[in-house]
Ligand binder design. Structure first.
Ligand SMILES: Nc1nc2c(c(=O)[nH]1)N[C@H]1C(S)=C(S)[C@@H](COP(=O)(O)OP(=O)(O)OC[C@H]3O[C@@H](n4cnc5c(=O)[nH]c(N)nc54)[C@H](O)[C@@H]3O)O[C@H]1N2
Ligand SMILES: Nc1nc2c(c(=O)[nH]1)N[C@H]1C(S)=C(S)[C@@H](COP(=O)(O)OP(=O)(O)OC[C@H]3O[C@@H](n4cnc5c(=O)[nH]c(N)nc54)[C@H](O)[C@@H]3O)O[C@H]1N2
Ligand code: SF4
Ligand SMILES: [Mo]
Length: 732
């Protein structure tokens, strides 16, 4: 760390790179620039936890690579700085013209990961989309873990909430590596320490991952199966729990429907048969079932590995079924460990929201006529095709907010062709990303240390899945602590959408929170469109109706745990309520028979499978351009088991060519003894744009080149096969 001169001050804030949102202490120099960050050791929630990315978070604010002005493409095709108010004037006119001529279905919005970490932006941009009646909304969610929403709809939601990690004695993780991803599964703040403490009090940690991941290394039981076989393992565990009678009879009798149908569906999955399909021992299946079911409290949760390997819907559904039949939910009278701080206040009740519609949300996309829109949102894997459609009827304008399609979407060749065809592409991003470079306008936002923020978005994650969100009543307000770079012309992200709405004569209604909360009516606010509100005022509106008023967090900045408030307990079921969770959904369990019939993703002649993974020092495409964060591996190498490397005659650092049935890429080979043999493990969001001459040793490789958006896409969400992809190795 730089030596701290007398003129330097330290101020508290939150790192906003990933969903952990770690409390940090930022060192600010005499000129008011943020120069470094460290974890806040005094913070009782995180106890000083942070990571190397967070250390370089201030650099994102000061790097010369950051956009200090918005950009517009001129007549000659060059992107040049433009005054932001003028950019908004021009965008409003061009957008209105497209809407007038082609209607709302000619305009699409893609919201990336960062969108969901900016609650004010999420709320304002959503209000703007509502006012424009835009239907074509796509998000990174359908190339992430879309099975979660599908499964929740088919299963229903328990209003009492799930057991939290800190009170559990068993925890099962399927295709997720929370010690590196820090994205839930194990609570965000300081997951390693939380796990260590939990293990010390006897927690059983069961990890299912074809890689002996950082988390798997600390498990009490690690199953290292073939990728793409999670449904077999979960069905095998469910069968074992059912046939040995270890399920929660009382909970099932009172709250669960479809038990017989589930029992029938998993009947073929004996431990011995699962052992063959997944290549794990039958004893390990029995052991996992016994340990999971005999514990008192706990949960099973799945991550990207389990969602990207072909069986997103089914796997997430079986996860919920296992939680349900084992009664892994809070009951009437139980204390709620995480009643919320900044989220709209809600009641906890020992009852179910019954299953709701999985699909049939509006009419299908033109490029996917056989795929009725589902509860997870429109398939992002189809968005490039919507732009590339022949004829009048296509997407002509796209708004990309806090996302980087050129790096993140499957099939970057198609993505590039689509983005180049757009009549209007507006990107909201602080960096000149590969995507921003193709845009007509890049709107450059202020960054978190310059704007008011809070922990709301991470708290809100409980709505996405059990085991996500905070496990205690933690909340923090983060005031702006540095000024924007001198001479810059930047706005808070949300202000672009307010500005566009003003110019287009729209009236906006703002909802609090980032995601809707099942069973809760959110208090909406009609905005006064004559005057732009302050950032603080917008933050107040998105926390409206919270259990702890934002004002208190502002007043008492060191009070970040609200555990001495009156405790919240789960209320009994409403007297007339008869709703049940459904573990027998035919819609989803039918997929189990399809799964059992064989591996539809296998292709002859492709000896390896490529699996997804995250690397510690980059966050999706963020950090891939910072030397300090890429020092360890240089790029995103192709990890292989040392025996495979040797057999292929490869050494660390050699270039390899990977070919899938869809495409190919070049990558740097790297040994990983923790990987199951026969696999290649690679991180996403790297690589130069297709067609650009580039040195893979510097740019890394775009894994999306191996992915097809036409074949092997899941029902409902269209998530392509993004893990367990058949590949073969070719010497480069
Ligand atoms: N092959 C393969 N592909 C994958 C995955 C995989 O595992 N394998 N993972 C998928 C997953 S899970 C996801 S979530 C997606 C990620 O997909 P995206 O969200 O599209 O990609 P990111 O790189 O996270 O994009 C975030 C962008 O937000 C910008 N940003 C940073 N701060 C701010 C801010 O304050 N305001 C605004 N407006 N922007 C900001 C960053 O500069 C960055 O360009 O990728 C998916 N793609
Ligand atoms: N450092 C860092 N943190 C991040 C991100 C990042 O890019 N970098 N990205 C963020 C985002 S957008 C998200 S969505 C989260 C994701 O968080 P996670 O879902 O935890 O993502 P990963 O760390 O990639 O862990 C996925 C694991 O699944 C395993 N796997 C692959 N295929 C299969 C399979 O078929 N079955 C099973 N059981 N396992 C399989 C992989 O070996 C890997 O260990 O992380 C977030 N946090
Ligand atoms: S874990 Fe995430 S939020 Fe925490 S310091 Fe690292 S990047 Fe920032
Ligand atoms: Mo993600």
């Amino acid at each position: 760390m730089t030596s701290r001169s007398a003129a330097h001050v330290e101020k508290k804030s939150l790192c906003r790179i990933c969903t952990a949102q770690c409390p940090i202490v930022v060192e600010i120099d005499a000129e008011g620039r943020p120069v470094s960050a460290r974890g806040d050791k005094q913070n009782p929630h995180s106890e000083g936890f942070f990571c190397l990315k967070g250390k370089h978070f201030p650099e994102m604010h000061t790097t010369p690579g950051r956009l200090r002005h918005s950009l517009a493409r001129d007549a000659g095709g060059e992107q040049r700085p433009i005054e932001v108010e003028r950019a908004l004037d021009e965008i409003a006119v061009r957008l209105q013209a497209i809407l007038d001529r082609h209607g709302p279905d000619s305009v699409a919005v893609y919201t990336g990961t960062l969108f969901y970490q900016l609650p004010q932006t999420a709320a304002m941009a959503t209000a703007w989309m509502d006012a424009l009646r835009l239907r074509l909304r796509f998000s990174s969610g359908t190339i992430d873990q879309p099975g979660k929403q599908i499964a929740a709809a088919a299963h229903g939601v328990w209003l009492g909430g799930s057991h939290v990690f800190d009170e559990s004695d068993v925890w099962m993780l399927v295709g997720t590596n929370p010690l590196v991803a820090i994205s839930g599964g194990i609570p965000h703040a300081n997951p390693a320490r939380r796990l260590e403490r939990a293990r010390a009090r006897g927690l059983e940690l069961i990890v299912i991952d074809p890689r002996r991941s950082e988390t798997a290394k600390r498990a009490t039981l690690h199953l290292q199966p073939r990728p793409g076989t999670d449904p077999a393992i979960l069905a095998g565990i469910l069968r074992e729990v059912i046939t040995t009678g270890r399920f929660d009879r009382d909970f099932v009798r009172e709250n669960v429907a479809g038990f017989e149908r589930l029992a029938q569906a998993v009947e073929p999955f004996t431990a011995e048969r699962v052992a063959v399909r997944a290549d794990v021992s039958a004893d390990a299946i029995r052991e996992a079932a016994q340990r999971f079911a005999s514990a008192r409290k706990g949960s099973v949760t799945a991550g990207t590995g389990a969602n990207m390997s072909g069986w997103s819907n089914l796997t997430e559904y079986l996860v919920l079924c296992l939680n349900s039949i084992c009664g892994r939910f809070r009951r009437a009278g139980d204390r709620v460990a995480n009643p919320g701080v900044l989220t709209t206040q809600r009641a906890f009740k020992a009852q179910a929201i019954p299953p709701y519609k999985v699909e049939g949300y509006g009419k299908p996309l033109r490029s996917r006529p056989d795929m009725p829109p589902a509860v997870c949102g429109l398939p992002t894997s189809a968005l490039a095709d919507e732009i590339l459609l022949e004829g009048e009827d296509r997407v002509r304008a796209l708004f990309t907010i806090g996302g980087n399609p050129m790096r993140a979407w499957p099939d970057p060749v198609r993505t590039q062709a689509a983005l180049e065809r757009l009549e209007l592409h507006v990107v909201v991003d602080p960096r000149p990303t590969d995507t921003a470079r193709l845009a007509d306008y890049v709107l450059a936002p202020l960054l978190p240390l310059e704007t008011p923020g809070s922990t709301l978005s991470t708290e809100n994650l409980f709505t996405v899945s059990p085991a996500l969100g905070y496990s205690e009543p933690y909340g923090q307000y983060a005031p702006p602590i540095v000024a924007p770079p001198p001479g810059s012309d930047l706005r808070e992200d949300w202000a672009f959408f307010f500005g566009l709405a003003q110019r287009m004569g729209l009236a906006l209604e703002l909802s609090p929170g980032v995601f809707p909360i099942p069973g809760v009516r959110m208090p909406k606010t009609k905005l006064d469109m004559r005057e732009t509100p302050t950032g603080e005022a917008v933050l107040e509106l998105v926390t409206r109706g919270s259990r702890i008023p934002l004002e208190r967090l502002r007043r008492e900045p060191d009070r970040v745990l609200f555990d001495d408030e009156p405790s919240v307990f789960v209320e009994p079921r409403d007297p007339d309520d008869t709703a049940r969770l459904d573990v027998g959904s035919a819609l989803l369990l039918d997929e189990l028979a399809v799964f059992d019939a064989g591996d539809p993703h296998a292709r002859a002649g492709y000896a390896y499978r490529m699996v997804n993974r995250r690397m510690a020092n980059t966050f999706n495409s963020l950090g891939t351009d910072l030397d300090a964060l890429t020092a360890r591996y240089g790029t995103n190498p192709a990890f292989l088991h040392p025996d495979d490397l040797a057999r292929e005659g490869l050494a660390r650092g050699d270039l390899v060519r990977l070919r899938s049935p869809h495409g190919e890429l070049e990558a740097v080979a790297w040994p990983d003894p923790d990987l199951r043999p026969g696999l290649v493990s690679m991180c996403h969001c790297w690589g130069a744009p297709p067609g650009e001459a580039a040195d893979v040793r510097k740019t890394g490789s775009n894994v999306g080149l191996l992915i097809s958006v036409e074949e092997d896409c899941a029902r409902f969400s269209g998530i392509p096969l993004m893990s367990a992809i058949p590949v073969r190795l070719v010497r480069a």
